[in-house]
Design a protein around this ligand. Structure first.
Ligand code: VAH
Length: 315
């Protein structure tokens, strides 16, 4: 069996569907504190799981004896700043609970997402290397950096096969994101189609690393399928798709919706978070170790978002 904890979130929704295409759906167990309200997730087992409730997590491990566990339950960067202690508790103790049960129940592989938020104001902004100064100044980034060290530690100390990627901002249309700094790049598509205008909470020239969700899900599964001998990084891999600013994205959308107007808010706390993050990422280790290659450039991503949202499709 495969457990996906946080199956109802932005990543979990799509990862669960994809894994249910690859594996028998009844072996892919969606776990969340909220029951999913769309069909695909109901096409397989669902369990209420609060990752902070150890007894609850243990019962699910006992019931399913998973070979693989994906832990996706977390608070993102912007929400984390509104509730730093909860963000730390959920992001850190949630991970430790899962790592401990993974060791106890001899889970073959664990996946845990990190983020480009592990970098901070003193990390190089351009082509940010795998190893460099890391001084995150959001509680989200601090929890991801600490989490990476725990993953490496459990690998070394308990021989637990933990794998991880430092996701950039993920752009998707199937489920809404929740409380991230990169969320503007999703909201913009919804508003462009609805109102032909969008008011961005990030400034026009804020370049951030981004990726289309299909690439992220494919990369995640490729990493999990890679030969163990090729995985040389046990903290978390730099993982890159493309980079763009709100202005560039708006111009790309205008090619399809010429009447689209972009406005910029004067002040938003998320700007400071974005300013502390890299512009683009050097992911040569992912390319070298398990042949990572993104497929979606800005042109393809924009078209995919507009077409899918226009069709009003949901999974
Ligand atoms: C956030 N989307 O904005 C997340 C992400 C690259 C940052 O981890 O918080």
């Amino acid at each position: 069996n495969i457990l996906i904890i946080g199956a109802n979130g932005q990543i979990g929704t799509e990862l669960t569907s994809k894994l249910r295409e690859i594996y028998p759906p009844n072996q892919v167990v969606a776990c969340d504190i909220r029951r999913p309200d769309y069909d695909t997730l109901n096409a397989g087992p669902f369990e209420f799981v609060n990752v902070l409730d150890k007894e609850n997590v243990k019962q699910v491990f006992l019931k399913y004896r998973p070979q693989q566990v994906y832990l996706l339950a977390a608070l993102l960067s912007a929400t984390g700043e509104q509730n730093p202690k909860l963000a730390w508790d959920l992001n850190m103790n949630g991970l430790l609970n899962v790592l401990d049960f993974a060791v106890e129940f001899k889970v073959a592989k664990v996946y845990w997402p990190s983020s480009i938020a592990v970098f901070g104001p003193n990390s190089p902004k351009k082509n940010t290397p795998q190893f460099c100064v890391m001084d995150p100044n959001t509680v989200y980034g601090i929890s991801k950096l600490a989490g990476e060290r725990w993953c490496q530690y459990y690998y070394k100390r308990f021989d637990l096969d933990v794998r991880s990627l430092r996701y950039p901002g993920l752009i998707s249309w199937k489920a809404m994101p929740g409380g991230g700094t990169t969320d503007y790049a999703i909201h913009i598509f919804h508003e462009a189609l609805k109102k032909q205008s969008y008011s961005s909470f990030l400034a026009a020239d804020t370049v951030l690393p981004m990726m289309y969700m299909d690439d992220a899900i494919r990369g995640t599964i490729e990493l999990m399928d890679a030969d163990e001998a090729n995985i040389n990084i046990r903290s978390s891999y730099n993982f890159a798709g493309l980079s763009f600013s709100p202005k560039t994205l708006a111009e790309e959308i205008q090619k399809h919706i010429p009447s689209f107007k972009m406005h910029y808010k004067k002040h938003d706390e998320r700007q400071e978070i974005a300013n502390s993050w890299p512009h683009n990422i050097d992911d040569s280790d992912a390319k070298k170790d398990w042949a990572w290659k993104p497929e979606f450039n800005l042109d393809k991503l924009t078209l995919a978002m507009l077409e899918n949202l226009k069709g009003g499709k949901r999974i």
